[in-house]
Ligand binder design. Structure first.
Ligand SMILES: [Zn+2]
Length: 112
């Protein structure tokens, strides 16, 4: 069985390769501070998402302008996923809560 997440370009379709090209262009032109070593372009064959990820599992996606790489968060407590902008739009804040979507999730994780 093929893995769900792959960095093998032969598994990418035309749409995914085009998207990878946009990601690499944004990364080449503007970089992304939060991404470190072991950086690869990945394709989730289930969701169709194409994203950058490093060896520490930091994930970078294109923002809505398709010019900047922004961090994609996943709350370790409740599983809520999104960019900081999407989180703020939904009343959450990953940056303020150290990677958790909300103060409630942050406190629940460390209170038991
Ligand atoms: Zn949460």
């Amino acid at each position: 069985m093929n893995p769900v997440i792959t960095a093998d370009f032969s598994q990418f379709g035309i749409r995914e390769l085009t998207f990878a090209q946009l990601l690499l262009k944004a990364y080449a032109e503007r970089g992304a501070d939060f991404l470190g070593c072991g950086l690869t372009v990945n394709f989730n064959t289930h969701s169709g998402y194409v994203f950058l990820s490093d060896e520490d599992y930091n994930v970078g996606v294109l923002d809505e302008t398709e010019e900047y790489i922004v961090q994609f968060y996943s709350c370790p407590q409740c599983g809520y996923e999104g960019t900081q902008q999407e989180a703020v739009d939904n009343g959450c804040d990953f940056v303020k809560n150290d990677g958790y979507c909300s103060k409630k999730c942050y406190e629940r994780e460390w209170s038991c």
